[in-house]
Design a protein around this ligand. Structure first.
Ligand code: UD1
Length: 421
C-alpha cells in the first residue's frame, strides 16, 4: 500500500508536459492484435493500465519491447491465443477491447469481464449488441464473454447505438476492421481517442471514415500492415493540471496539448475567473484572484467530460457563491469523492444528478481515500490547495492513469511525496 503526502498552500507555477492519452493508448494497444507486422507506437504513457495491457499481450504471444520510456514496439503476428489471462483482464476496464480485437482478427474470443474503476454500473450491452450485429454468437456469463462466428459467419452491418458509448464504438470498430463488407456505427461516440484509434488503424491500412462524427463507417480490408504511430496528448491529464493551476491560484504552462480538445474545460475555467491563453500546442492557465461560481453539466465529447467532474468540483468548492455540477453520463460518480472533500471542509449537497457546491474560503488537510482514478486526481488537487497536510490513500487508482505525477507536480512547486507503507 502507498499513499501521497501533500503539504498544501503553494500556488503551482512553471511548465508541465502532458503525456500520451490513456484512453487512446488502451484502445490502440489491443488494436495491434489486428496488425500483421511490427507496430512502433510513440507517446505511450507509462502508467499501470498500459503496463497491464502490454503484459496481457506478451502472455498471448506478442513480441513487446520498449524502445524508449514512451515508445513501444509490438508485433502480434504470432498471437494465436484468443483467451487472455483472466486475472490480468480483471485488473482494468479497457481490457474489454480485447474482445473486439480478437473477434476481428481470429473470429473468436474468450475474455473475462473487466475490472477497473467501478464508480458506476458500467454495462456492456451495446458492445454485445454490436458483436451480434456483426454475426457473432455471444455467450455472456457473470465471469466472461465468449465470442465465436455465428451460422452465417462475420459480416459488416449497420449498428445504431442506443447510448453514446466510447467503449462500444471502439469495440465495434476493432471487430469490424478485418471482416468483409461495410459496418456503419450510428450514434457513435466522438471523443478524441475514437479519432486517434481510427487514425492508428488507417495508418496501418484500415478504411475507416467519419471518426469524430456520430456516424463511423468501416470498410473491411484483408489485412493491416505494421507502421509507426504517435498517440495524441491526454485531454484529461491536461485538464487535471489546468484545474490544479486554477485551484491553487497558480500560473502554469501546460505543454503538449491539442487546445481544440480542451475547449469545454477552458471555457468553464474562464467562467470561474481564470485567464486561458492558447498557443499551437500548449495552454497557459493563470488563476485570476478569487474564483467565481459556475454551472457545469457533463456530456459526451465535445461536451464537458465526466472524467473532469471531480477536478472541477474542487475548484467550485473554493469559489465564491454556489455552483451547480450536473452529471449526465455516470450518475453515481459523485460518491467517489464528495464525502472526502467534505472531510476537508467542502460544502456539497447532492440532489439527484446535481451537486450543489457552496464555495468556502479554504479547504483543510485531512486523510482521504481515492475511490477511483479521477476522484484520486481531484483529492490531490484539493490537497495542493488546502491549508495543512493531506494524505491520499489508495493511490494505485491514480497511478493507473497519471504518468510521473509526483515528478510533474514537484516541478510545479508542489510539496508532494509518495510514502510506501
Ligand atoms: C470511457 C472512458 C472513461 C469515461 C467514459 C465516458 C475509456 C477507456 N474510458 O468509458 O474514462 O469516463 O468513456 O466518457 O475510454 N453504457 C451502456 N451500455 C454499454 C456501454 C455504455 O448503457 O454497453 C452507458 C454507460 O453506463 C454510461 C454511458 O453509456 O452511462 C457512457 O459509457 P461509455 O462511453 O461506454 O464509457 P466507457 O467506454 O466505459
Amino acid at each position: 500500500m502507498a499513499r501521497y503526502e501533500i503539504i498544501g498552500g503553494a500556488p503551482l507555477s512553471g511548465e508541465v508536459t502532458v503525456s500520451g492519452a490513456k484512453n487512446a493508448a488502451v484502445a490502440i494497444l489491443p488494436a495491434t492484435i489486428l496488425v500483421s507486422g511490427l507496430c512502433r507506437i510513440e507517446n505511450v504513457p507509462n502508467i499501470s493500465d498500459v503496463r497491464i495491457l502490454l503484459d496481457i499481450l506478451r502472455g498471448m504471444g506478442a513480441r513487446v519491447e520498449y524502445e524508449t520510456e514512451n515508445t513501444v514496439l509490438i508485433d502480434c503476428s504470432m498471437v494465436s491465443s484468443t483467451c487472455p489471462d483472466g486475472e490480468k483482464v480483471k485488473k482494468m476496464r479497457a481490457s474489454y477491447y480485447l474482445m473486439g480485437a480478437l473477434l476481428g482478427r481470429h473470429g473468436k474470443a474468450h475474455v473475462a469481464l473487466p475490472g477497473g474503476c467501478n464508480f458506476a454500473s458500467r454495462p456492456i450491452d451495446q458492445h454485445i449488441k454490436g458483436f451480434w450485429a456483426l454475426g457473432a454468437d455471444v455467450e455472456e456469463t457473470s465471469e466472461y464473454v465468449d465470442l465465436k462466428p455465428g451460422e452465417n459467419g462475420l459480416q459488416g452491418n449497420t449498428i445504431s447505438l442506443d447510448v453514446v458509448s466510447v467503449g462500444a464504438t471502439v469495440n465495434i470498430m476493432l471487430a469490424a476492421v478485418l471482416i468483409p463488407g461495410q459496418t456503419i456505427i450510428e450514434n457513435a461516440a466522438k471523443e478524441p481517442h475514437i479519432v486517434d484509434l481510427a487514425n492508428f488503424l488507417n495508418t496501418m491500412g484500415a478504411k475507416i471514415s467519419g471518426a469524430g462524427t456520430d456516424t463511423v463507417k468501416i470498410r473491411g480490408v484483408d489485412s493491416l500492415n505494421g507502421g509507426t504511430y504517435a498517440i495524441i496528448p491526454d485531454q484529461i491529464e491536461a485538464g487535471t493540471y489546468m484545474a490544479a493551476a486554477v485551484a491553487t491560484g497558480g500560473n502554469v504552462l501546460v505543454k503538449n496539448v491539442i487546445p481544440r480538445h480542451m475547449k469545454s474545460i477552458s471555457i468553464k475555467l474562464q467562467e470561474m475567473g481564470a485567464r486561458i491563453l492558447e498557443y499551437d500546442d500548449c495552454i497557459r492557465v493563470i488563476a485570476g484572484g478569487k474564483l467565481r461560481s459556475t454551472t457545469v453539466k457533463t456530456r459526451p465529447y465535445p461536451g464537458f467530460p465526466t472524467d473532469m467532474q471531480a477536478q472541477i468540483c474542487v475548484c467550485m468548492a473554493m469559489a465564491g457563491g454556489v455552483s451547480r455540477l450536473t452529471e449526465s453520463v455516470y450518475e453515481t460518480r459523485f460518491f467517489g469523492y464528495i464525502s472526502e472533500l467534505e472531510s476537508m471542509g467542502a460544502d456539497i449537497v447532492v440532489s439527484g444528478k446535481t451537486a450543489i457546491v457552496t464555495g468556502k474560503p479554504k479547504l483543510y488537510g485531512a486523510t482521504v481515500t481515492a475511490k477511483d482514478l479521477r476522484a484520486g486526481a481531484a483529492l490531490i488537487i484539493a490537497g495542493l490547495s488546502a491549508e495543512g497536510t493531506t494524505y491520499v490513500k489508495d493511490i494505485h487508482y491514480v497511478e493507473r492513469g497519471y504518468e510521473n505525477i509526483i515528478q510533474k507536480l514537484t516541478a510545479l512547486g508542489a510539496t508532494i511525496r509518495r510514502i510506501e507503507d
